[in-house]
Design a binder for this molecule. Structure first.
Ligand code: SAM
Length: 245
């Protein structure tokens, strides 16, 4: 939860959007809506106890590019650090959930209706045949040990990416990209829709993403709100933002 989330909580997404939308071109707003249309919240990656932040950043970048919204990281030891050079800042469009232990993360997802599967090279169930008719969360292990025994025990089953060469496993971030790409395609086919973002969450993200496009958005929103409640405080004209999409 950052300052933007707090402002959205406090004033509601419509007020926040009204504050920043005049500074965005119609093309930028249309782009935000197109990405929201394709956002999939019923497929969720979980990465457990990662060593290499570049690997984590690359996994986040793939998940965001493929249209997922939620990304869970389990950090029993050192804090998961997103390497900006690899994500190219795409982590700001995602909702990152941090957990100290895999058991709490898996129990939370199961309580939300997700079937949770641990990835394991050679598992009996694979990404081509796994049931995608209900929400699915997929746990990935670290580069050395794979998913922990506690992780496998907490999950509802295991899942493999089919392999046909001499190599015994894929790199972690490659695995996230392969699983996410295939399961997102299959899940969208099963839904008969590109995205499944609930209306309330969509409104929050729309306001947040629009604000993220504006330099100094927190100040812009605060001036807008105080201008609404105190007619003597006029809104200062703001420059149009010029960041690339
Ligand atoms: C380099 S692998 C770890 C290999 C580890 N020695 C093992 O046996 O799990 C890193 C992670 O990528 C994923 N992975 C790699 N190849 C996979 C495959 N063929 N099927 C499913 N997951 C795979 C798993 O999440 C694994 O924990």
């Amino acid at each position: 939860m950052d300052a933007l989330d707090r402002l959205i909580d406090l004033h509601g997404p419509d007020v926040v959007l009204a504050a920043v939308a005049p500074m965005l071109t119609p093309e930028r707003l249309a782009r935000i809506d197109a990405v929201l249309d394709a956002r999939l919240v019923s497929l969720v990656p979980v990465v457990e106890d990662l060593y290499d932040p570049h690997n984590g950043a690359a996994a986040i970048r793939s998940a965001e590019a493929l249209g997922l919204q939620d990304f869970h990281v389990v950090e029993p030891g050192q804090r998961f650090s997103v390497t900006k050079g690899v994500t190219k800042g795409c982590d700001r469009w995602l909702t990152l959930h941090r957990w100290p232990a895999i058991t709490g993360c898996v129990a939370h997802l199961q309580a939300q209706g997700f079937r949770v599967l641990a990835t394991a090279p050679g598992a009996a169930e694979d990404i081509e045949h796994v049931d995608v008719s209900r929400p699915l969360a997929v746990v990935f292990g670290n580069e050395h040990a794979g998913v922990t025994a506690a992780g496998v025990a907490a999950c509802d089953g295991t899942l493999a990416i089919p392999m046909a060469g001499f190599t015994e496993s894929f790199n972690l971030s490659v695995s996230v990209a392969l699983v996410t790409q295939r399961l997102a395609t299959r899940r969208r086919d099963a839904l008969g829709a590109r995205g499944d973002l609930p209306a309330e969450r969509r409104a929050r993200l729309r306001a947040r993403w629009a604000a993220l496009r504006i330099r100094g958005a927190v100040g812009v929103i605060e001036r807008h709100v105080s201008g609404q409640t105190r007619p003597d405080v006029a809104m200062q004209p703001q420059p149009r933002e010029n960041l690339d999409p």
